[in-house]
Design a protein around this ligand. Sequence first.
Ligand code: ADP
Length: 261
Amino acid sequence: TAQATSSPAGDLGMAHLGQIIAVASGKGGVGKSTVSTNLALALAAQGAAVGLVDADLYGPSVPGMLGIETGKAPMMSPSGKVTPAQAHGIKVISMGMLTDDDKPAILRGPMVAKYLRMFVLDVDWGKLDFLILDLPPGTGDTQLTLAQAFPLTGAVVVSTPQDVSLKIARRGIRMMEQVKVPILGIVENMSGFTCPSCNEVTHIFHQGGGAEIAASLGVPFLGAIPLDPAIVDCGDEGRPLVIAHPDAPAAAVYRDIAAIL
Ligand code: ADP
């Protein structure tokens, strides 16, 4: 449950970060950032101190989802560390806070690693129970840097129930295993749409694939989050579902997953 008592980070002077959990996906657009933000908020609702790193330096979407102002120089704390943004009770750092929305970060590989280290080590997180890392999609520099530089507790892998997405998720899982990051489990997102007028469920991207792939790889299946237009509106409005509509069925799934972590 939410209150972390020990973590491998303790051995490396990173005990104040608590459990470091990466949220990963094989490809973009499957809802990874939406899962990261809602999970972070669900953990905070359980009483945990939570930090969220938007590790997608090229396409940061977390500030928008949490209603965080972008394009301002970050504040420095007296200790010389970067002050994270506060949103709905969690602490957040994102490239989007440092750059204008219409001015993309243009970075070569070594700079990516530098920023990622800064986001984890040089931010004034205080004492956390959980540090959630919202990874960019795929199996590139960012994933390798974070997996190798930090003692990750594990990775949550997000996929839609669709075949192609699952095949790509499988690749991501293999990569995490190669760099010795434990897979905490698979979340199936966009997993069925309930018609608001007749209550019939339509499995737009199929169903059950997440549970199947979890079983075939021998990793836990953490839950299935339904397709819900409210999730899109909440993301656009900067108030994620677990805050804006805690009674929505999907919000309950986020809370259930948080309780497992
Ligand atoms: P990723 O981080 O994988 O690129 P995002 O979290 O940015 O994906 O989500 C992509 C889009 O899908 C966003 O518009 C988001 O609001 C929407 N979305 C994510 N999960 C759901 C869901 N369960 N139901 C409806 N829309 C969703």
